[in-house]
Design a protein around this ligand. Structure first.
Ligand SMILES: [Zn+2]
Length: 121
């Protein structure tokens, strides 16, 4: 199923400013699946740090691994929620995540930009 809220009338001019900041346009289409998170065992100033777990090494004394806790992402542009089973687009190391709606909107510009970059200067 596609991600991104098609019922929202997006003001794309606001998102354009963020779009032009994206450096890596090598997007891959993926399907989001819930994954574990790492939760710090001790809170700091009343808030507990939590981060998505992608197999990185961690200190068990400091962090607790919680299965399926990381259950959604947000589109980097419109902040649409991308949940389990929804498709989305991500560049390397998922620095930027786009919902299907935003990717479709910017698709032509992404291709044009990639073409420009692939030409020898
Ligand atoms: Zn979006």
């Amino acid at each position: 199923m596609k991600s991104g809220d098609v019922d929202v009338d997006e003001d794309w001019t606001l998102l354009d400013a963020d779009f032009v900041e994206i450096r890596d346009l090598q997007f891959e289409h993926k399907t989001f699946r819930s994954k574990p998170s790492l939760r710090r065992r001790e809170s700091h100033d009343g808030w507990i740090q939590e981060t998505e777990y992608n197999g990185q090494p961690y200190d068990e004394a400091e962090f607790e691994l919680i299965p399926n806790q990381w259950d959604h992402q947000h589109c980097s542009l419109c902040f649409a929620i991308i949940k389990d089973g929804l498709t989305y687009w991500a560049n390397k190391d998922e620095v930027t995540i786009l919902c299907d709606r935003c990717f479709t909107h910017y698709e032509d510009r992404i291709h044009a930009q990639k073409e420009r970059e692939s030409k020898p200067s």
